[in-house]
Design a protein around this ligand. Structure first.
Ligand code: MN
Length: 229
């Protein structure tokens, strides 16, 4: 028996649609600038040479349906609506043609961002962590098993705030496809069951304030619905 000086903090568990068990989260990888429209609104061009990534702690997960307390040290909390890919098998250096086979399922997610802190970090060429990886910054809805999914590219992705549409695109607008992202990430990390990938946001990101209701949808996936309080 091994003793710890306090109980280990349990991994957040994301519900699985129609499932009897949930998905325990290990790591969260996030893709930067994966829609040309969003890259442009942030003052960048898409880099077609390679995708780039940042990460969030598993303990930043907030499940859809819960309230998001407005986070500290920001005046500019932004929504970024994203397709989340849930990894269900190990993979290293996996080919694009095999990449889809390690996916357990898909979910709607929100990459919440303290944009003012991120912008300050960019200005000083510092890491993005405080802008991107903070409490409740990775909002995840229930995961739909991959076997139940239609062709991804055709699916619309949208986000409304208080019923007003803010972001709207189709997954085919992604610069890097899900298969390309998984193949590339697997050259940097040994992907493992429990890993989540947030695949980037379309144009239309913007601020939310206390009282706002965010509602994000991708096709028939379980929607992500969260109020900022
Ligand atoms: Mn994002």
């Amino acid at each position: 028996m091994s003793l710890t000086i306090f109980p280990p903090r349990p991994a957040p568990v994301v519900p699985v649609v129609g499932g009897t068990g949930g998905f325990p989260v290990a790591r969260i990888f996030c893709v930067g600038r994966n829609y040309a429209g969003h890259a442009a609104e942030m003052g960048h061009e898409v880099d077609r040479e390679a995708p780039f990534y940042f990460t969030k702690s598993a303990h930043a997960v907030l499940l859809s349906g819960q309230d998001m307390p407005y986070p500290p040290r920001t005046q500019d909390l932004h929504h970024e609506m994203e397709l989340v890919v849930a990894i269900g098998a190990e993979a290293t250096d996996i080919s694009q043609s095999d990449a889809m086979g390690i996916i357990a399922g898909y979910a709607c997610g929100l990459d919440m961002t303290r944009r003012d802190l991120q912008a300050a970090a960019k200005d000083k060429r510092r890491p993005w962590d405080t802008g991107k990886d903070f409490d409740n910054a990775a909002i995840i809805a229930a995961i739909t098993p991959a076997a139940d999914m239609p062709d991804l590219a055709d699916l619309p992705i949208m986000l409304s705030v208080n019923g007003e549409t803010r972001q709207q695109a189709v997954l085919a607008d992604m610069v890097w496809s899900v298969a390309e992202i998984i193949a590339d990430l697997s050259t940097l990390y040994k992907l493992m069951p429990g890993d989540l990938i947030m695949t980037g946001t379309p144009a239309g990101v913007g601020p939310v304030v206390r009282g706002d209701l965010m509602e994000g949808r991708i096709g028939d996936l379980a929607p992500v619905i969260v109020r900022v309080v």
